[in-house]
Design a protein around this ligand. Structure first.
Ligand code: FES
Ligand SMILES: [Fe+2]
Length: 411
């Protein structure tokens, strides 16, 4: 009874917090610090929405498994004998043991380390459990909706996930020439960033900080010049020229703005600044042409999904970023660099050419985010106003987030 009353009080407190947020302003500090809000984020966002979890090439063959944890939920990805990637709760149906430790592996069958209940790669219980007085068909691993789209694996932990069909169709066609499904992961770095996941995504959704923080990024990209009237004619001419060149290669027309395509996802291709054929420190190619591209110079394919994914794809490599929350004030971030599947390190690319651009840009961002988190801990922090044009996408992210909390509370 006391527990139920506490839950009602917590719900009412969260609803009050959500209701008092001012549109176009940053959120109250509780959203970035409070364990109760972090728990609400897990329930409303992380255990409900579609999440980017892995690259399909991390599970190259039937029998490949990959385990990871999303908040309190252990997740197991398995490529079945039919080649399809499936997501399961990594929780034994006997007495609940976690079955696989986090990380990659290979298996003919999935064997629980506790009493050796054994599951087939499609999640069916293969053990004889008649001695338990039940039928094995009742006790397969709990399956999650899983989608492999253009080489990216998305999972929803929800019973009734949001409609992914429009995003799937858009990503499948835009990502096809990038060739992620046949790529090689050349390098990856895992970061433990001392900032709430929303601080990290808010930072991603604006380039107002780019002139201050990202010397390398702004040399290659137009982002900070898009609102500069002195550059408007030059940028329009560049877009027109690239549109014609890309159309001849079967690529869709450039769009420069970083606005979301729909409420929770976007995909578009942007021209790079002349002299840059890829996102590298000097603009020169750093790996062989990737996937189905015919030339290096295809601008940058950008994709974003809330709450945990973004990527930039150049003609010769792609860089993906995955966020996972670990408590209110920590975000686990993995950055992956992918090249064409046939490219070989040493012969075709070198990591000291491939990785610095996004390594520097990412680490500059993580430092900014940790500074924000430190400021949010201060009792003197108060929400501040977003710049109406250059931070409009932060306002959009925050509005989406609050809508998700309201929607979850209503169900
Ligand atoms: S808990 Fe898995 S076999 Fe007993
Ligand atoms: Fe940044």
């Amino acid at each position: 009874m006391a527990g139920a009353r506490r839950a009602v009080n917590a719900d009412a407190r969260l609803a009050g917090l959500v209701a008092r947020q001012r549109p176009g302003w940053s959120l109250d500090r509780e959203f970035y610090l409070d364990p109760a809000v972090a728990a609400a984020d897990l329930a409303a966002i992380w255990h409900r929405r579609w999440l980017f979890v892995a690259h399909g090439v991390e599970l190259p063959e039937p029998g490949c498994v990959l385990a990871l944890e999303i908040g309190s939920e252990p997740l197991l990805l398995v490529r079945g004998r039919d080649g399809i990637v499936r997501g399961f709760a990594n929780v034994c149906r006997h007495r609940g043991s976690r079955i696989c430790k986090p990380g990659p592996g290979r298996a003919h069958r999935l064997v629980c380390p506790y009493h050796a209940w054994t599951y087939d790669l499609d999640g069916r219980l293969a053990s004889d459990v008649r001695g338990h007085g039940v039928d094995a068909t009742e006790l397969g691993l709990r399956a999650y909706r899983t989608e492999e789209i253009g080489g990216l694996v998305f999972v929803s932990l929800a019973d009734d996930p949001p409609d992914i069909a429009p995003m799937r169709a858009a990503y499948a066609s835009w990502l096809e020439p990038q060739g992620l499904a046949r790529a090689r992961i050349a390098h990856s770095v895992e970061y433990r960033v001392a900032a709430n996941w929303k601080v990290v995504f808010e930072n991603n959704r604006e380039c107002l900080h780019c002139p201050v923080a990202h010397r390398e990024y702004i040399r290659a990209n137009y982002d900070i010049h898009l609102t500069d009237p002195r550059r408007a004619a030059e940028i329009a001419a560049r877009v027109e020229a690239e549109a014609a060149r890309w159309a001849a290669m079967g690529l869709a027309a450039p769009t420069l703005a970083s606005d979301m395509t729909a409420a929770w996802w976007r995909v578009n291709r942007t021209p790079l600044v002349p002299g840059f054929v890829t996102e590298s420190l000097d603009g020169a190619a750093v790996a062989p042409v990737m996937g189905g591209y015919r030339t290096h110079d295809v601008g940058t394919l950008r994709a974003t999904t809330f709450p945990n994914f973004w990527m930039h794809g150049s003609g010769d490599h792609a860089v993906t970023t995955r966020l996972l929350p670990d408590g209110p004030e920590t975000t686990l971030i993995r950055v992956c660099w992918l090249v064409d599947g046939a490219a070989r390190e040493g012969r075709d690319y070198a990591l000291d050419g491939l990785t610095p651009f996004w390594r520097l840009t990412s680490e500059q961002d993580w430092e900014l985010c940790e500074n924000v988190q430190r400021g949010l801990r201060s009792a003197r922090y108060r929400p501040g106003p977003f710049e109406t044009v250059k931070e409009r996408n932060v306002a959009q992210f925050v509005a989406w987030y609050l809508d998700e909390l309201r929607a979850a509370a209503a169900t």
